[in-house]
Structure formats: structure tokens, C-alpha cells
Design a protein around this ligand. Structure first.
Ligand SMILES: [Zn+2]
Length: 380
């Protein structure tokens, strides 16, 4: 983070109004005629499909209209949502799955401290000794749908069937595996055609993978987006009658140049007094050693300058970064939160060698990461 750019303001997610939590809750409400719960005022319909495209930020979509003509047409008259903080998959998928902001569902980042244990929980590599249902006890939108007599099906790659995250975030009554883009469309459509009242969620993860690996400025990313556009068009083209298709994303992404990376493992001012480094490069949860929180906050502010919004836990909570925070959840949040304010990142080349090599990254409160599409398509 050597380049100095003027400080901008963080985009605090619009919890309760226009965030991912309201999307899934409003879809369920649109299916069961619950006008009060339909915060986004989605049209009533007996069937709905939610296509989640991992990593398809609103600004990225707007910048790639030629690669994604179908999605861009739908985007033309739409308004984006904010995804939530951190702008990361485990947090956003749980917001979608529960209809709750991060401060209430408790999936507060890619890696967060397990309070009292001295270790981190990585939401994508769930440890055997932590029960996902104890970590996130709130019922999911899918469970609520099933209780209301509405079918609830989740379609994704088979390896995602029974991960800790899927049990934390979805607990869908029915999971259908799809090994390819074509199978994802086919399984999604089959499920929709099988039931008169149903909510089908399809999850596509390859665009995010392309962004991390090659960068969002790469041809690989743009070509992958074109496949994603075709996927959405195929689903839209074969929907049963009276069906709404919604398309959204869990977060956007930015490419982080090598010169804009600060290495935690090689920077003593950042390491001093830190017991655990959580989160990810653009959204760090920093857990201080006992009594060191104020000094860590001051040193991180000094070291990162204008390149990050650095807040104490109390400041981040009172500024609404996580939404309303339930009592039991606050201890999972870092003593210090560092959210990248421009194109930089705090990598950790020793403890996170793989993550530190990624080109595209996400997590923070910039428009490129926070804004995600809310596209809607109604079948005839
Ligand atoms: Zn990602």
C-alpha cells in the first residue's frame, strides 16, 4: 500500500433495507404472501429461483456489458444491493440463508476467533469439533419455507453438500448436486418444474475462482462471465409459468497490485501485540493480546494510513458495519478491524501463503466489493 489516494467513505451496508439478508427473506415472503416480510417488495409468485453468482460485483457487471448481454439487459433498470460486511462468501451466504445481518447470524468473516480458544475458525475449512448448528443456531429461510409448505431446494457442486458452511448457512431440506454449468441449469429447472410452490437456489462458484486466480481484469474472468451470462439466460429461457428468477452475488472483487500489499508477517509494527490475525487481506479481524488493543489500533492506523479504514470493535459495531450485533456474537469480532479503503491489502505470506498469492480479492466496504446486482426476470 505505497500509493496514497484521497480518503473516501466506507459504504456501510444497508441492513434492514437493501442487503442480501432482505433478499432471501423477501423472496420467501413473496412466496407465502407475507407483505410485511417482503421488504424489497418483490412481486408475489408461487415459484422463485435465486441464482447466486459468487463474485459478480455490480461494478464488474456494469463494466463488462459486452461479455454479459443478458445480465446487462436485466441490470439496466435495476438497483444494486449491499452485500454486508465483510464482503466475503461465508458471511454473505449465511446472510442469504438466514435472512439476518452478520451481527445476528454470527458468520462474521472468513476467519474469526473462537472466543476463549485462542484459535481461528475458517468458514471454508470447517473444523470437526465445532458444531455448525451451535455456531449458528438461528433457523434458515429454507427451514422456514419448508415449515410453510414451500419446497426448498439448493443446487450446487456436490462437494458443497454437507460442508460446515452449508449446514451453517442453508440447511436446505433438499440438496441436488450439479457437476457442470449445464447440470446446474438442468437441475435447477427440473426442481422448479416439479413443484407448484417452491424456492430453488442455484449457486455458481467459478467466476469467483477465476477472479481470485487470474484477476477481474483478465480475459479469463471476462470469458468466464460470458459462460455465467449464458447460464442465467438458459435458466430464464426454460422457467415454468408464474416463476420469478432473481440473480445476485455474494460480493464483488478488486485486483490488488503487488506494490499495494503490506505483508503482516514481515511488518513488526503490525504484528506487535497481536495474538491472532483473522479475516482476510481486505477485511482483517485483528485480535490483540490482553491489554494491547489500544496500542494495536494506534499502530495499525499509523502503518496503514489512508489505505484502510481501521476501527476498534466498538467503533465498527456502533458504525453498523455488521448490522445489529447479538450479545453472544461480539466476542467473535476482532479488537481491531482493518478494511481496505482503496486497492490495497494486508497479506500474510507465511501464515496464509495461498491466499496471499491471489490476484483478485474482496472483503471490504468499497463500492466494488459491497454493491451486488439484484436482477429480476419473470417467466411468462
Ligand atoms: Zn472469493
Amino acid at each position: 500500500m505505497t500509493m496514497r489516494e484521497p480518503r473516501t467513505s466506507p459504504i456501510v451496508p444497508s441492513y434492514g433495507e437493501r442487503s442480501l439478508a432482505e433478499l432471501s427473506a423477501s423472496i420467501l415472503a413473496s412466496l407465502n404472501g407475507d407483505a410485511d416480510g417482503n421488504v424489497l417488495q418483490l412481486p408475489p409468485a408461487p415459484r422463485a429461483c435465486l441464482l447466486i453468482v459468487d463474485g459478480l460485483g455490480w461494478e464488474l457487471l456494469r463494466a463488462h456489458q459486452a461479455a454479459a448481454p443478458f445480465l446487462s439487459e436485466l441490470a439496466f433498470n435495476s438497483t444494486p444491493l449491499t452485500c454486508g460486511f465483510p464482503a466475503t462468501t461465508v458471511t454473505s451466504l449465511t446472510s442469504l440463508g438466514t435472512g439476518l445481518p452478520p451481527g445476528q447470524h454470527g458468520m462474521l468473516g472468513y476467519q474469526v476467533a473462537v472466543p476463549g480458544s485462542g484459535r481461528l475458525l475458517n468458514g471454508l475449512r470447517w473444523p470437526d469439533d465445532i458444531d455448525p448448528l451451535a455456531w449458528q443456531p438461528r433457523p434458515t429461510v429454507y427451514q422456514r419455507a419448508a415449515e410453510a409448505g414451500i419446497g426448498a431446494v439448493y443446487v450446487a457442486a456436490g462437494r458443497l453438500r454437507s460442508t460446515g458452511l452449508s449446514r451453517t448457512a442453508f440447511r436446505a431440506p433438499e440438496f441436488r448436486a450439479a457437476r457442470s454449468l449445464g447440470a446446474l441449469a438442468a437441475e435447477t429447472l427440473t426442481a422448479l418444474h416439479e413443484s407448484e410452490r417452491i424456492m430453488v437456489t442455484a449457486y455458481h462458484g467459478q467466476l469467483d475462482e477465476a477472479g481470485h486466480e487470474y484477476g477481474v481484469a483478465s480475459r479469463a474472468w471476462a470469458f468466464q462471465l460470458a459462460h455465467t451470462d449464458r447460464l442465467a439466460e438458459q435458466i430464464a429461457g426454460s422457467l415454468p409459468p408464474d416463476t420469478m428468477l432473481y440473480i445476485t452475488a455474494d460480493h464483488g472483487m478488486v485486483d490488488v497490485a503487488p506494490a499495494d500489499r503490506v505483508d503482516f508477517d514481515a511488518t513488526p509494527e503490525l504484528r506487535d501485540g497481536v495474538a491472532l490475525l483473522g479475516g482476510e487481506a481486505r477485511a482483517r479481524h485483528v485480535y490483540a493480546e490482553p491489554g494491547a488493543a489500544r496500542d494495536v489500533l494506534a499502530r495499525w492506523r499509523e502503518a496503514l494510513g489512508d489505505q484502510a479504514w481501521v476501527a476498534s470493535r466498538e467503533e465498527a459495531v456502533s458504525d453498523g458495519w455488521f448490522g445489529p450485533v447479538d450479545d453472544g456474537m461480539a466476542a467473535r469480532i476482532g479488537d481491531v478491524i482493518a478494511a481496505a479503503a482503496s486497492g490495497g491489502a494486508v497479506v500474510a505470506t507465511s501464515r496464509e501463503p495461498n491466499e496471499s498469492r491471489l490476484i483478485g480479492m474482496h472483503g471490504s466496504l468499497t463500492a466494488a466489493e459491497q454493491l451486488v446486482p439484484l436482477l429480476a426476470f419473470a417467466s411468462r
